[in-house]
Design a protein around this ligand. Structure first.
Ligand code: 1GP
Length: 246
């Protein structure tokens, strides 16, 4: 098996869209619920499992990732909100630089703290330009990052930001309106970024319906990330999975 980045790049090249289910690490406090969640994600043919969050309220992050990996037949990818969210049990970590913001800690500071641990754990790091986009209200990601999101109706800013990330050598772009946002990133913004960069594009935040998933994939998203909708109604992921896999 190749690396997770090779998996993303190959899927992008072949036009095969991927679905990632985001698991909140605080789920680890309820192992029965966590097992059911991971099994549902695998049954619904999710391609990847992301684990992470902007704010962690439980201490058992490593144990949660260990359990997710144990129950999952899919690659487990960390989506860390801080340098403490690292675990050797994962297959890879999105090494996120918040390029939509101007908070130096999230552009390079946390990376300096995390880098030795990432290396020591032998984790595959996927250099990712993380872009927060306004999705209709302040989400935890916006608040915790202390950064201004890109306006929802400014695809040009998103495209220029993604291009800067590509020229800096980043290997994927993640457009996110934040967990539980009322609106997802617009198809127009995804299309503008798609027309500008050649990197795999990950899109998350506020994706709730199969129709939305279909539109965002058609606009050029390569990976869709669904968290809240899956938590609210695990059954919904089946229809979304069908929409993504077309
Ligand atoms: C958040 O992209 C993820 O960072 C998922 O968002 O919880 O709204 O699906 P949702």
């Amino acid at each position: 098996m190749g690396t997770v980045l090779q998996h993303l790049t190959a899927a992008k090249s072949s036009g095969r869209k991927l679905l990632a289910v985001l698991i909140d690490p605080d789920f680890g406090q309820d192992e029965v619920r966590l097992e059911r969640t991971v099994q549902n994600a695998c049954m619904a043919k999710a391609d990847l499992i992301f684990v992470g969050g902007s704010l962690l309220t439980s201490a058992a992050f490593d144990r949660c990732v260990e359990l997710v990996k144990h129950w999952s037949s899919k690659p487990v990818v960390l989506f860390p909100g801080s340098p403490s969210q690292l675990s050797a049990h994962a297959d890879a970590v999105l090494f996120l630089s918040l390029i939509s913001g101007r908070n130096p800690e999230l552009l390079i500071g946390h990376h300096v703290v995390a880098a030795p641990t990432v290396k020591a754990l032998g984790l595959e790091a996927i250099p990712t330009g993380y872009m927060l986009v306004d999705g209709g209200r302040t989400t935890t990601a916006h608040y915790v990052s202390q950064s201004s999101p890109i306006p929802h109706d400014k695809p040009g800013i998103a495209a220029a930001t993604a291009l800067a990330g590509e020229l800096l050598g980043l290997r994927s772009i993640y457009l996110d309106t934040g967990s539980g946002a009322p609106r997802s990133v617009s198809p127009e913004m995804i299309a503008a970024v798609r027309a500008t960069v050649d990197l795999p594009i990950i899109v998350g935040g506020g994706i709730r319906t199969a129709e939305q998933a279909r539109q965002l994939c058609a606009a050029g998203a390569d990976v869709l990330v669904v968290g809240t909708a899956f938590e609210e109604d695990p059954e919904r992921i089946f229809a979304m999975s069908e929409a993504v896999h077309g």
